[in-house]
Design a protein around this ligand. Structure first.
Ligand SMILES: C[S@@+](CC[C@H](N)C(=O)[O-])C[C@H]1O[C@@H](n2cnc3c(N)ncnc32)[C@H](O)[C@@H]1O
Length: 261
């Protein structure tokens, strides 16, 4: 007897276990981050041995030319508990909007912002609870849009890029930081750590079954490196470049919207 073909893969973005369409994928992701929010920062810093702090700082440094302009507006998509938003705010004077669809991640961000001393010239980021695929801002609202470790969780990658292009002003910049696969001698050890040790520690510390197994599978599914660069190009981004962090564990994808004619 022949086994029936499995259901077609209709998700053009992340595909968590059991999610058969984009709405189900988004529900899973939102629930997962709501469940792990209390331990999210601890795990981030522990599992990356604090290197994640350097990555966010380095991303913000790369965009000082935008952040230093008081008239510029910056959107940090999938901002979670706000570490990248704070790094961006520290580097300049431009207002930063932190947006995420998991309420409890934003609650943590709020508490963090309240307890953080920023340089006098910097502004505390403004929170916006929203889905990255349908943002409540008019066209051409931002000069810089960032997204750290959030984009691969979207249920529709091309849709996410379209929404970002809609929100960017002409010549505006996009910076997406995502996990990738290191190459060279680090690769086998890192892969073992990422697929076996990290999910076990994540589950143990959060008490949420499968949360950090999803993390590994979402990275595996994401079109890393040139594959994602081509996706950005197809969406209409220009001047594309990729910066490698820590032997390729994380990659920063940068692109621009079409300049004003
Ligand atoms: C891995 S965390 C990254 C948080 C933060 N940017 C950082 O660097 O730590 C991913 C975040 O993306 C958010 N997220 C995922 N899909 C989203 C969507 N469609 N709309 C808004 N936020 C989303 C999750 O709620 C979560 O807070």
């Amino acid at each position: 007897m022949r086994t029936p073909p499995s259901a077609p893969d209709t998700v053009t973005g992340t595909k968590p276990p059991g999610a058969e369409d984009q709405a189900a994928a988004a529900r899973y992701v939102r629930q997962l981050f709501s469940d792990v929010s209390a331990r999210y920062d601890l795990l981030n810093h522990l599992l990356s041995m604090n290197v994640d702090r350097y990555w966010r700082w380095a991303v913000a440094r790369d965009f000082r030319h935008v952040l230093g302009r008081p008239t510029a507006r910056v959107l940090d998509l999938c901002s979670g508990t706000g570490d990248l938003s704070l790094a961006l705010a520290r580097q300049g004077v431009a207002p930063v909007f932190s947006s995420d669809f998991a309420h409890s991640m934003l609650t943590r961000a709020r508490a963090k912002y309240d307890g953080t001393r920023l340089p006098e010239r910097s502004r505390i980021p403004v929170l916006a609870e929203a889905d990255a695929l349908q943002m409540p801002f008019p066209d051409a609202s931002f000069d810089l849009i960032t997204c750290a470790f959030g984009f691969r969780n979207l249920a529709d990658y091309p849709g996410g890029l379209r929404e970002i292009l809609r929100l960017l002003r002409p010549g505006g910049e996009l910076a997406i930081l995502e996990f990738a696969e290191p190459t060279g001698f680090l690769a086998p050890a890192y892969s073992f750590y990422f697929h076996h040790i990290l999910p076990a520690i994540g589950e143990w510390l959060t008490g949420v079954r499968g949360a950090y197994r999803y993390l590994a599978s979402s990275v595996d599914r994401f079109p890393k490196g040139q594959g994602f660069v081509e996706m950005m190009r197809a969406a209409g981004f220009k001047d594309l470049r990729v910066r490698k962090f820590t032997g390729g564990i994380a990659l920063l994808y940068v692109g621009k919207s079409e300049p004003r004619p």
